[in-house]
Design a protein around this ligand. Structure first.
Ligand SMILES: NC(=O)c1ccc[n+]([C@@H]2O[C@H](COP(=O)([O-])OP(=O)(O)OC[C@H]3O[C@@H](n4cnc5c(N)ncnc54)[C@H](O)[C@@H]3O)[C@@H](O)[C@H]2O)c1
Length: 252
């Protein structure tokens, strides 16, 4: 039987578009109330306007500690509790090791890693007061393997995977589960400038994923995966398994 998210309160970052938007819509369908945050205020406010009083949108740069404190305070004052945190905001950055500037590498780590660390730091007290709940950190298949030309992104997503495990160890005693989700290529604005035609070649499920497929997994991890913590939930069409075509062929 599915556990319920009905009436629970969830903070979702990077919620204005892409997978974050799908997560907000899925959570609302499940009866949750959502604090949706992003830096894209026009899109974020428009989303909240169509979804009704169960969704509040707030401007929130995940790199800023003061923004995080304001979001947690606002969530408590509007909804009275925090049950779950979804650290979804992130940026992609392409470039080889010698091409990527130090400033760009630091920017990616700041958003994709430190933003999630700040999110956990600022919500632990509220989650503990509610009696547990869970945190989901959105990593990537780039947190499961390397990708040439994506060093900053890969570093941030592997580090987030490691941080997830440490947080799970530290927070279990408060009843808080912490897991990571690792999507493969998903159809969102993040991939708008990426040539996706070659990405899925050799994948057992040879297509780009849809945001809703990740949302379905997120809802499961938040509500139903009650004996899982510190683990990776991979949703990638089998991309990280290897190639479907034989690597070794014989001459016979
Ligand atoms: N699309 C993919 O193929 C894919 C694959 C694996 C993992 N992911 C991860 O999934 C998450 C969602 O990505 P998406 O594909 O929906 O991309 P997206 O670009 O559509 O959405 C990312 C959101 O994060 C927000 N954001 C960026 N910087 C921010 C900041 N400093 N503070 C607050 N919000 C900020 C953006 O405004 C945007 O709304 C990201 O963490 C991404 O790394 C995406």
């Amino acid at each position: 039987m599915r556990n319920t998210l009905d009436g629970s309160v969830v903070i979702v970052t990077g919620a204005a578009r892409g997978m974050g938007e799908a997560h907000v819509r899925g959570l609302v369908r499940s009866g949750a109330r959502v604090m949706a945050t992003d830096i894209l205020d026009t899109e974020g406010a428009a989303l909240a306007a169509v979804l009704g009083t169960g969704v509040i949108y707030r401007h929130h740069d995940v790199r800023r500690s003061d923004d995080w404190q304001r979001i947690v305070d606002d969530t408590l004052s509007v909804f009275g509790r925090v049950d779950h945190l979804v650290n979804n905001a992130g940026v992609l950055s392409a470039g080889g090791i010698t091409e990527t500037t130090e400033a760009e590498f630091r920017r990616v780590m700041d958003i994709n890693l430190i933003g999630c660390w700040l999110g956990m730091r600022h919500t632990i007290a509220a989650l503990t007061a509610t009696g547990g709940g869970s945190i989901v950190n959105i990593s990537s298949t780039a947190g499961m393997q390397g990708y040439a030309g994506l060093g900053a992104y890969v570093s941030s997503k592997w580090a987030l995977r490691g941080l997830t495990k440490t947080a799970a160890l530290e927070l279990g005693r408060h009843g808080i589960r912490v897991n990571s989700i690792h999507p493969g290529p998903i159809s969102t604005p993040m991939l708008a400038d990426v040539d996706t035609s070659t990405i899925v070649v050799g994948q057992p499920i040879a297509r780009i994923g849809e945001p809703q497929e990740v949302t379905d997994l997120l809802l499961y991890v938040l509500a139903d995966a009650t004996y899982s913590t510190g683990h990776e939930f991979v949703i990638d069409g089998g991309a990280t398994l290897g190639r479907v075509d034989p690597v070794v062929t014989t001459h016979r």
